[in-house]
Design a protein around this ligand. Structure first.
Ligand code: ATR
Length: 274
């Protein structure tokens, strides 16, 4: 008798172009895990009902993407410390005792930078652009790497100041608007704004990237993103997009669900080809 595969899914809106089903299918094939993973489009305001229905139908866990990560945090009975800090959940684990929630975006970014690219975050001056959900998801893991300083710069300066205050017990973090960045220099600039959706880059002063600086865009695309191009034009040692982070956050979720680590390098390479 063949057993039914364990069921997982990613919920978001939009969701049609999600790479997560392909990533998890590759992970499952590689590790011999018997599971099914699909993409589910959820109406705005309908997350909790859709997640409950998926669980009641026997689903084992969910990935959650824009715009539902905050809804998923509310939905989780047992959020991890980092998910609680972020106020956002991208991974739900359905267990008999309740719904665990975690946020693997930050660990995914850290693993891509440190393991895949050999970057050492400790002691670096980091500039984080944007103060929305993406920034909240990565702040704690970044600060735990003990950078020399972390500056959050945002179009709406108050949001950056507010976030910096909320995470100030974890390290040297401050917030400001883009206009206050003149004369400053950073070793790593991470773009967590959604400006790239309009092929734009936040306004940054000349000389802000240190001579041996790196750039990292949380966004990715088949062509280099606007921010990746910005970094290359300013002589960044590396100017990376977020494809590696996408695969690494998926690997963290896979590990939470299945207890095994997939190998990510070949999956990143496969997705890069298209
Ligand atoms: P996400 O979940 O992707 O972080 P979000 O919570 O809507 O999405 O946040 C989007 C972020 O991108 C915000 O920091 C936003 O700046 P504001 O807080 O001032 O709105 C930033 N952003 C969006 N478009 C931008 C642009 N064209 N230039 C600079 N920043 C931009």
């Amino acid at each position: 008798m063949t057993t039914q595969p364990d069921r997982y899914a990613v919920m978001g809106n939009p969701i049609a172009h999600s790479k997560s089903p392909r990533i998890h299918a590759l992970f499952a094939a590689q590790t011999g895990q018997h599971l099914e993973y699909r993409a589910i489009l959820v109406e705005k305001g309908g997350f909790a009902a859709a997640a409950r229905a998926f669980r009641e139908a026997g689903g084992k866990g969910l990935n959650v993407t824009v715009p539902f990560k905050q809804d998923a945090w509310v939905f989780a009975d047992l959020p991890s410390v980092r998910a609680e800090r972020a106020g956002a959940v991208n991974t739900l684990i359905f267990e008999s005792g309740g719904v665990r929630g975690d946020n693997t975006d930050g660990p995914g970014l850290i693993r891509d930078l440190t393991v895949n690219h050999g970057y050492r975050l400790t002691g670096q001056r980091i500039l984080l652009l944007g103060a929305g959900g993406a920034t909240r998801g990565i702040l704690q893991p970044l600060l735990l790497e003990r950078p020399a300083q972390l500056v959050i710069a945002n179009r709406t300066a108050d949001k950056a100041l507010e976030l910096a205050l909320r995470f100030s017990d974890l390290g040297r973090v401050s917030g400001c608007g883009f206009t206050e960045l003149g004369g400053r220099r950073f070793d790593l600039i991470v773009n967590a704004t959604s400006a790239g959706l309009e092929d734009a880059v936040p306004p940054l002063p000349d000389g802000i990237l240190a001579a041996d600086g790196w750039c990292y865009d949380l966004m990715y695309g088949s062509e280099p993103t606007a921010f990746v191009r910005w970094g290359l034009e300013r002589g960044a040692v590396r100017s990376l997009d977020g494809l590696g982070m996408l695969v690494e956050q998926a690997a963290e979720s896979f590990h939470l669900w299945r207890g095994v680590w997939p190998e990510t390098g070949s999956v990143i390479a496969a997705l890069r080809v298209g």
